[in-house]
Design a protein around this ligand. Structure first.
Ligand code: HEM
Length: 361
């Protein structure tokens, strides 16, 4: 990501932040789950799918997961598909399946005939489990599980880093404070590493504040009550579909002072965290069904944002002032920016640090 941003600014071009953040989070998750990068920015690599195409499919997936589909509530209207969502879902599912089939087949070929094959990635592990008939893990379940993890781990982190940088571009004094902290803790001779994060208090506050104002799943994922219960005076019968509005909870003036303002310092001396224990801040949900990737996702967002701030001086393109930067969001399962963030970057570290070896699989 850093090498790609560097190349773009060397050419004097504005950086499309989302392209970069999507690419980095997707590469991380794809190498963990599928064993290699399956996606490429460039066209024409026959072993890889165009990243742009995947991004477009995931955006559609998140929009369709969040839409209000009339037939979910009035099932007898189902055959009409009044809003056309079901048709879109089927089309998308076919497109995603082509990719997933290819991945499963590649993994199957690799394992075939190899005695005591040692799993190299998550899909290998799943396919090995699927060999056991007692587990009832069909091929379709392996594909569904894989899709959940890739989609859950890509869109979310990418969206948050884009929001974080947007907020900082709106408040240049905060960007400056974060840059100074990075210079003090990391210095200008290297990139930020995971072990540095403990000392980067202000950057950590920025990430928490971004998650408070821009929870990527504003209504979490729909839940179902298993038993009858009463919350804040409301009776909720068993088997009720429940939405938890973490977007509103994060902006509730009973819990937060000046809730609509982006103010990372509010976390100074506060023990409120994002791990599901503090109900006023629930970007990953809470309890049994909270995000299983929360620890990874949190780290990816922190390290990606920290390095973007550390490695580059950022400003909005000519003619755009911070107050003009539009902060509207799209409503879907995830709340991303309605207008992608575009910004100008200038390298601020010694030039040899931008020489990246991109030979990783
Ligand atoms: C900063 C990044 C991330 C954020 C903000 C985030 C947020 C969330 C939220 C809010 C939920 C729903 C929880 C609920 O309804 O209570 C969720 C579920 C889920 N997330 Fe994440 N997530 C992130 C990263 C990841 C990563 C990296 C992975 C995979 C490695 C992942 C995989 C999943 C899966 C599979 C679920 C569904 C869990 C279930 O239904 O039991 N997420 N995530």
């Amino acid at each position: 990501m850093l090498g790609s941003v560097f190349e773009t600014c060397q050419r004097g071009l504005p950086v499309e932040i989302r392209e970069e953040t999507f690419s980095v989070s997707n590469n991380i998750i794809s190498r963990m789950v599928l064993g290699r990068r399956y996606f490429d920015k460039e066209e024409g690599n026959k072993n890889k799918i165009r990243l742009e195409e995947l991004k477009e499919m995931f955006e559609e997936l998140f929009v369709l997961n969040g839409v209000f589909n009339i037939e979910d509530f009035i099932p007898w209207l189902g055959w009409l598909d009044l809003q056309g969502y079901v048709g879109r879902m089927k089309k998308l599912s076919e497109r995603l399946d082509v990719f997933l089939e290819e991945v499963v087949e590649e993994h199957d070929r690799r394992r075939k005939g190899v005695e005591n094959y040692v799993a190299k990635d998550m899909m290998d592990v799943l396919l090995k489990q699927a060999d056991d008939p007692q587990l009832n893990l069909s091929r379709i379940k392996v594909k569904a599980f894989t899709l959940d993890i890739i989609a859950g781990g890509t869109e979310t982190s990418a969206t948050l880093v884009e929001w974080g940088l947007s907020e900082l571009l709106k408040k240049p004094e905060m960007l400056e404070r974060a840059t100074k902290e990075l210079d003090r803790v990391v210095g200008r001779e290297r990139w930020v590493e995971e072990k540095d994060m403990g000392g980067l208090e202000y950057v950590q506050w920025i990430v928490k504040e971004t998650m408070r104002l821009h929870p990527v799943a504003p209504l979490l994922v729909p839940h179902l009550s298993t038993q009858r219960c009463r919350i804040a005076g409301y009776d909720i019968p068993a088997n009720t579909r429940v939405f938890v509005n973490v977007w509103s909870i994060g902006r509730d003036d009973q819990s937060w002072e000046n809730p609509n303002e982006f103010r990372p310092e509010r976390f100074k001396g506060s023990t409120v965290d994002v791990m599901g224990r503090d109900y006023e801040l629930l970007p990953f949900g809470s309890g049994r069904r909270m995000c299983p990737g929360h620890s990874l996702g949190h780290k990816v967002v922190e390290i990606a944002l920290a390095n973007l701030i550390h490695g580059f001086q950022w400003k909005l393109p000519d003619g755009q002032s911070p107050k003009d930067l539009h902060m509207g969001e799209i409503f879907g399962l995830s709340a991303s920016r309605s207008y992608p963030l575009v910004a100008m970057a200038r390298p601020r570290l010694p030039s040899h640090l931008y020489n990246f070896n991109s030979s990783q699989p």
